[in-house]
Ligand binder design. Sequence first.
Ligand code: GTP
Ligand code: MG
Length: 313
Amino acid sequence: MFKAIGKLFTRIKQGLAKTRSVVGGALRILIGKGRTIDQGFLDQLEDTLLQADIGVAKTTEIISELKTRYRAGELAKGEELLDLLKRSLRAELQAPAVDELAWAAEGPTVVLVVGVNGAGKTTTIAKLAKRFKDQGKQVIIAAGDTYRAAAIEQLSIWAGRVGVELIKTHDGGDAAAVAFDAVAAAQARGADLVLIDTAGRLHNKEHLMRELEKIRRVIQKRLPTAPHETLLVLDATAGQNAIQQAKVFGAAMGVTGLVLTKLDGTAKGGVTITIRRELKLPVRFIGVGEQLDDLQPFDPDSFIEAIFSADGE
Ligand SMILES: Nc1nc2c(ncn2[C@@H]2O[C@H](COP(=O)(O)OP(=O)(O)OP(=O)(O)O)[C@@H](O)[C@H]2O)c(=O)[nH]1
Ligand SMILES: [Mg+2]
């Protein structure tokens, strides 16, 4: 058990290596010098937090809290400062979802996966399929991106690799019909989970939103309680843009949770905190690489520990 947790923590640390080297590295150097907390120190700390995309609002809040605490004599040691930082950031992130997904009370659980093109939807679906298949669940994937040429082919390859059933149509076919068929197939086979891939781009944004709404409507004809989750996939390297995208999708699509991808590709992993703060939506999973195993349920405690840890710890 502890060994498994240790391994998971090592992976999250590796996945967050870039953010960790900015935050953990800089802080260790700052604190390690045994410096007193003066204006120069606070300026450097502020730079570090902003570089990691923790956001102006949160950074300002942290710096002013530090000043108050320092004046009150509560921050004599570097470790105390580090604790305060961790606690303050951790407070922005809610407790992890117990079951990873909001499972349907009975029948298949339907998860609609949405997000702009290139965010990582299709890869995330493959990773989720693998994760839940490994947990013994029967998973069906729906190739609901019928717009982009090669999208169906890409998903077929993933489905083959993971070893799950794929429901698809021809390029340019009706995405909502594919989603409907996948739900029907899941009901017929007694499957546990349906993951619906969707297009990231259509002729224009209105068109895309209309199509996603249609998918929802059509699957509800088959299963009124679906979708049980609408996961919005956001590319962490997009920083503030990701927040804008989330606002557009969140308003239109009834998003229930977020998947933050490509955290391995950015030093701005602090955007996780900014996103949570601004969107009030739970981060369910994080993507830390391109392989099937590079997806983790988001655990706020390990996330905070990981970004503050230095290399070799
Ligand atoms: N490094 C890294 N790359 C990722 C991650 N998730 C996805 N990618 C890569 O991002 C690229 C786009 O991923 P897709 O899954 O095709 O994105 P999509 O949202 O389905 O894109 P469209 O189908 O065009 O809408 C691929 O090259 C993936 O390998 C991640 O967590 N880390
Ligand atoms: Mg895709």
